[in-house]
Ligand binder design. Structure first.
Ligand code: RAM
Length: 875
């Protein structure tokens, strides 16, 4: 019976208005070094089916000129287009350090124009060529302090501080902290590229004498990275430039050079993995204020700039993004206290202490407790994760480290004067501040905890680069982990800018022959080019493009993507990827279900060639589109011949062996056209394989994130739900039942029968196995951006598919996704034999709605607006 009970909510009138104006991903960005910045906005409307028929962008030197309707820099004129994402600036060359103001007008479907008075601005950076100073350093000190005094005797119009480091820096002016960023400037492949930050310090300067103070630490440059240290150099160096413009038109530039003074202070040492040593008795009070007696300080060493690119930061800064209060404190031995924060997190502790001068408090960090209640640190391997704080004065004070971070839930406190309590430490959560864009909530508490763990896995490991884990002596940009998790990540947070930056690291590390690395930035793990890992160099740009419509992501990476596929192609002329697999990891951490490695490799080779073909088509590179399409087809053919029997049995009979040909469309014409007769056979075998394991997961990193997706796409949403809701090992919910607050590296990281897994590789905050998040969003909550869109679909990022799979086990789901064109939401709840769906589609967007209705389907293509459907649940 398929009588849809259908109700639309029509909203009151009002024309289209632009909102959320962004330039290069950000609202009003300071420091943009992109020669052709891009404009984006969202359209809002209270009307159903609102569309944008045209836009006009105006750019001016001042807000007044912008308001006067005579923009002096650029006027796009009225452009008949629905585009609202990533529109190129097309005016005269932009001046370094200059601020530009802009606004956009939009026209709706009936030709009515917007009335919004909103405007935005952006400020250009100084590029690589704008640096006038030198690198300065103080090699005799682990954490050098630098200072420079200067006089301001005129009225300041504006002042900017540009700063970067080979290492990490923190700046103050007259003792006041500059900016909110942590661990700046982060991590790039320092051999080729550095990023710098831009700060508006106008309000920090005053008439008279001023002082700038900067502290410097090894960070990723010369501190521990993975199991090594001093990868890029032995000692950190600092580069800074303070630009002061006066109201009389004159200006002054203070740069790092030998006029600065170098010394030391309370931070004695600091390292991302080891931790920090702070001795308040060695503090130099007033060192970053004018008038400090620096006669005992030395002249810094200097070094000319070198030929690395120094570009304005593109990704969001690492910042404090949350705060966790202590939940429990236990004295496990006299004077040894364990604090439980209740959440595995990344960052550090804020310590409150009251005691006599000279007291040293030590904080050790760990993810788990051992059986006897002591801190479990074996799985941190070489990472000491210890901060020590010595009080310089008697009395009450507080402390936070500056240049380290730890992955932890538990903190061991020793040396504390008196008895610590729940207010003694709190967790300061830090990570790349990518805005949250996804919310998923459902009727099952354990599934909600799984989603929570996925989200926390991401915020813990998206710290400057997407890492495998944040706690042990590893923390590397493992490509396989990044590739498999990227689709989930694109829902949880806006990672467009974050990945734009990381793809520079990926490309910088590509070998001259074309091999992407297994980790990026490229450190520690030679040789390059492992299947499924190196393929991230192709998969990640495509994933980001599909999620955000970021064509420049494709354009900037296209030559590198081609080079990678060409590299594999050259050494494997018969289209099976047999040669040059190097650190071939296979289906990493599968559970006794080892898929043949050449099968995995060839599947990824086909997929990468296919993505390059589709990328070429998007970019209008016709010859390349044909070339890689033909190549992809040949690889698919070779794959099917070599690994798949006519009855759909795949060599090895492993979960991942079935998942990959289904996910990559290897039996068909590629990922864009699925569901061939062979797919049905492959899927049936996959289901048999799953049942043979009593509905448990055996796939590893490579397969598991795609498993539920291919099941659902091939008519087995019920099996996917079963897998989701299985609570026994190995399953997504098993760690949840064991109290996990983040995703574990292994399903059996800890079990009540065996205790801890091998500490050599047992992270409790590893997002890779959380790659099922993508399926939760797409198929359970039901929202996805159109994937593998045919070329005829303009703006696929604004055409959503809303098709939740309602299955026994969940009675309601609420989901929201703050897309690049605005908020999309879908909620459903079952009521008796009916399901009620509430759907919201943003203005200037549309959705293909597909909902179960009795034994059939209700389908509709709808425009922006709110809709409620009540349908008969699937029989
Ligand atoms: C481990 C990492 C990572 C994985 C590689 C192959 O050391 O933690 O998760 O991708 O190995």
């Amino acid at each position: 019976m398929a009588l849809p009970f259908f109700a639309c909510v029509f909203l009151a009138g009002g024309s289209l208005q632009p909102d959320n104006l962004r330039v290069e991903y950000r609202a009003n960005p300071l420091g943009v070094d992109v020669a052709v910045p891009r404009f984006s906005w969202i359209d809002t409307s209270s009307e159903q089916n609102a569309v944008q028929s045209a836009y006009r962008i105006e750019v001016a030197d001042s807000q007044d000129l912008l308001n006067s309707e005579h923009p002096d820099i650029w006027d796009s004129g009225q452009v008949n287009s629905a585009d609202s994402v990533g529109i190129d600036y097309n005016g005269p060359a932009l001046m370094p350090g200059h601020r530009y103001f802009w606004k956009v007008d939009v026209w709706d479907g009936s030709g009515e124009s917007s009335t919004s008075r909103k405007f935005g601005w952006w400020e250009m950076g100084i590029g690589t060529s704008g640096w006038k100073g030198q690198w300065i350093g103080e090699p005799t000190v682990d954490v050098p302090y630098f200072r420079r005094e200067f006089a301001v005797d005129k009225r300041i119009k504006r002042a900017r501080l540009y700063a970067t480091a080979r290492g990490l820096y923190r700046a103050t002016i007259d003792g006041k902290r500059v900016g909110q960023g942590e661990l700046t400037p982060g991590w790039t492949d320092f051999k080729y590229r550095l990023e710098y930050e831009t700060y508006d310090v106008t309000g920090l300067l005053r008439r008279g004498q001023n002082a700038i103070g900067m502290r410097l630490a090894p960070g990723w440059f010369s501190g521990h990275v993975g199991p090594s240290k001093e990868i890029y150099g032995t000692k950190p160096q600092l580069l800074a430039q303070l630009q002061i413009d006066y109201t009389d038109g004159s200006s002054e530039t203070i740069v790092t050079d030998d006029s600065w003074k170098a010394g030391s202070g309370a931070i004695r040492s600091s390292d991302c993995q080891t931790g920090e040593v702070y001795d308040g008795s060695l503090d130099a009070p007033g060192w970053d204020k004018p008038g400090f007696n620096d006669s005992g300080w030395s002249q810094p060493t200097t070094q000319a700039l070198g030929n690395q690119i120094i570009a304005a930061r593109q990704s969001p800064m690492v910042e404090k993004i949350d705060e966790i209060r202590a939940k429990k404190i236990t004295e496990i031995k006299p004077g040894v206290f364990i604090v439980d924060l209740g959440q595995n997190m990344v960052g550090w502790c804020h310590l409150n202490v009251d005691g006599p001068a000279g007291t040293t408090v030590q904080l050790r960090h760990g993810e788990m407790l051992d059986n006897d209640g002591t801190l479990y640190t074996k799985n941190l391997r070489g990472a000491k994760a210890t901060d020590t704080f010595t009080l310089g004065h008697s009395g009450s004070t507080s402390y936070e480290p500056s240049f380290t971070f730890h992955g932890f839930r538990y903190v061991e406190i020793t040396g504390y004067p008196g008895t610590p309590n729940l207010n003694t430490v709190r967790g300061e959560v830090v990570g790349s501040n990518c805005p949250q864009t996804g919310w998923f909530d459902c009727s099952d508490k354990l599934v909600n905890q799984l989603q929570h763990n996925i989200f926390w896995g991401q915020r813990s490991n998206y710290l400057e680069v997407p890492t495998d884990c944040p706690q042990r002596d590893e923390r590397l940009g493992w490509m396989g982990d990044a590739e498999t998790f990227a689709p989930s990540a694109c829902f949880n947070n806006d990672i467009d800018a974050f990945m734009t930056k990381w793809m520079h690291d990926v490309d910088d590390g590509q070998s001259p022959q074309g091999a992407f690395r297994d980790v990026s930035p490229a450190v520690v793990v030679p040789p390059a080019g492992a299947p499924a890992w190196a393929d991230a160099g192709v998969i990640v740009p495509w994933t980001v493009y599909e999620a955000y419509g970021d064509k420049r992501m494709l354009a900037d990476n296209f030559s590198f993507m081609k080079k990678w596929v060409d590299y594999v192609d050259r050494s494997n002329p018969n289209h099976l990827w047999i040669n040059n697999r190097n650190n071939d990891y296979g289906d990493w951490l599968n559970v006794h279900d080892e898929t043949p490695h050449e099968l995995i490799a060839t599947a990824f080779f086909a997929n990468s060639a296919d993505i390059v073909a589709r990328t070429a088509a998007v970019l209008g590179e016709k010859a390349d589109a044909v070339h890689y399409h033909v190549l992809a087809k040949a690889i698919r053919g070779a794959f099917m011949d070599a690994f798949v029997s006519p009855d759909g049995a795949v060599k090895g009979n492993n979960q991942t062996g079935y998942i990959l040909p289904l996910a990559f469309g290897l039996a068909d014409e590629g990922a864009g056209s699925r569901h061939s007769a062979m797919d049905a056979k492959l899927a049936a075998h996959l289901v048999d394989q799953i049942h043979a394991h009593n509905d448990h997961l055996t796939a590893g990193f490579v397969g598991v994130g795609r498993l539920n997706q291919v099941l659902t796409e091939n008519g087995y949403a019920d099996v996917a739900y079963k897998l989701l809701l299985t609570k026994t090992y190995p399953s997504w919910l098993y760690p949840v039942t064991q109290g996990a607050t983040t995703i574990w590296e292994r399903w059996d990281g800890w079990t009540d029968t065996k205790g801890f897994q091998n500490p050599g590789m047992n992270s409790f905050n590893h997002y890779a196995m959380g790659s099922v998040g993508d399926w939760l969003y797409q198929q359970v909550g039901g929202i996805s951006v159109l994937h593998d869109a045919p070329a005829s679909v303009a703006r696929p990022y604004s055409r959503f598919v809303i098709a939740p799979n309602v299955e026994p086990g969940l009675s309601w789901v609420k989901e929201r996704f703050d897309s690049v064109v605005g908020m999309v939401s879908c909620s459903w709840r079952t009521e008796g034999d009916q399901t009620v769906y509430d759907i919201e589609v943003p203005a200037n967007a549309s959705a293909d709605v597909k909902l179960a209705d009795g034994n059939g389907w209700f389908t509709a293509h709808v425009g922006g607006g709110k809709y409620t459907y009540t349908l008969t649940s699937h029989a």
